[in-house]
Design a protein. Structure first.
Length: 61
């Protein structure tokens, strides 16, 4: 799924939640799908496990 398709699907699901009652039988599945799509849409940060002072030129000179 492309980022634009994912964005459109998220908007569609949010609109469905807005338009339908909280008692609707499909609501838990729609909410689960929405959470999954939002998790996929947010980029994960890449953290390094080391910090090298030489790369940032932080010296006491």
């Amino acid at each position: 799924m492309t980022p634009q398709q994912r964005k459109n699907k998220i908007a569609e699901l949010e609109q469905w939640l807005f338009d339908n009652s909280p008692e609707h039988e499909a609501r838990p599945q729609i909410e689960a799908d929405l959470r999954k799509l939002k998790a996929q849409a947010t980029p994960r940060t890449i953290e390094r496990d080391t910090f090298d002072l030489r790369e940032h030129k932080i010296y006491n000179v």
